[in-house]
Ligand binder design. Structure first.
Ligand code: CP
Length: 330
């Protein structure tokens, strides 16, 4: 196992070079192939422990990390603030210092707007073991690793020149974080994809993230555009990732947020919208999807949808990530 990345925190893809991210993808591809042929990986993190702290619910992240640790020969503790003294106000430093003495990695999901990323960074500051971001208010880097692996499987390793659309969709059940679209616009240009971001005016992303995404695109020599028209965005796309997020930069009031989401019911990915993209275009969504609002059943269950491959790839990229940052010397 490569030792270069041992001990490195994974809070954003931005803090990893393209070469470092490539190491994750190539190992993930190998682990995925070997998993499919029944080869065991239980020597890689044997007897090691990952502490997973979930401030928010999860299906894919929790189970892919836990299954991944089991397959690598270690164990993952499924924790939440109510199972820890965090619920009585124990601070990030004390939590980080103590868990670091017991195990080999700390993974955190904390999506509260304005708090999550700060908390993860505070834990990372004091942790002597790698800290993995399982989604915060700003970033969902593990999801984007899985997304890129899925794109690579469909289009091959040379992804330069592919048109990727990240589009807002309406989903009035609850206000979702900005972490997925923000992580997509940051990382995809670095791998040569042209990115079109589409959203109604009240659903802008954090200005500092958009500025960094533009800089990444300039440095990579690819296109990055922001439009307020879903149909225009979908034209000639190779990959579409339509999903909802909240108007959090505009307002953090939940009721006002839901009202704004309800203002744009036509922002749904249906078969007419898919027909604007290229014939071979793939439909992606990190899930959970709000069927009937974000996407029609016809599209998400249709031949262009790769959502279950995308979900499965969470397992393989995270196994690779954990092997690289938590593996090696005991
Ligand atoms: N995509 C994703 O992170 O799913 P969960 O919220 O179920 O973990």
């Amino acid at each position: 196992m490569h030792s270069l990345l041992r001990g490195k925190h994974f809070i954003t893809t931005q803090e990893w070079t393209v070469e470092e991210l490539e190491m994750v993808f190539s190992l993930a591809e190998r682990l995925k192939q070997e998993f499919a042929t029944g080869q065991l990986h239980d020597h890689i993190l044997r007897a090691k422990t990952l502490f997973m702290i979930f401030f928010d619910n999860s299906t894919r992240t929790r189970n892919s990390f836990e299954a991944g640790m089991t397959q690598l020969g270690g164990h993952a503790h499924d924790l939440s603030p109510d199972k820890l003294q965090i619920s009585h106000g124990e601070n990030a430093k004390d939590t980080a210092m103590v868990l670091s003495r017991f195990g080999h990695g700390i993974a955190i999901r904390h999506c509260s707007y304005g708090e999550g990323n700060k908390y993860i960074r505070e834990v990372a500051k004091y942790s002597s073991v790698p800290v993995i971001n399982m989604q915060c208010d700003m970033y969902h880097p593990c999801q984007i690793l899985a997304d890129y692996l899925t794109i690579r499987e469909r289009f091959g390793r040379n992804t330069r020149g592919l048109k990727l659309v990240v589009s807002w969709t309406s989903a009035p059940k609850y206000v979702r974080p900005l972490s997925v679209p923000q992580s997509l616009i940051l990382m995809m240009p670095r791998f040569g994809l042209d990115v079109t971001l589409a959203h109604p005016p009240e659903f802008e992303l954090m200005p500092e993230i958009v500025a960094q995404a533009k800089k990444n695109a300039e440095e990579a020599g690819v296109k990055f555009e922001i439009v307020d028209d879903m149909e225009y965005a979908f034209k000639d796309a190779d990959i579409v990732i339509p999903k909802s997020w909240g108007p959090l930069v505009h307002t953090q009031d939940k009721e006002e947020g839901v009202k704004l989401i309800k203002k744009y019911p036509k922002w749904i990915c249906d078969s007419r919208m898919m027909s604007l993209a290229k014939k071979h275009a793939i439909y992606m969504h990190p899930l959970p999807a709000d069927r009937g609002f974000e996407v029609t059943d016809e599209v998400i269950d249709g031949p262009q949808s790769v959502v279950y491959d995308e979900a499965e790839n969470r397992l393989h990229v995270q196994k690779a990530l954990m092997a690289l940052v938590m593996g090696g010397r005991p």
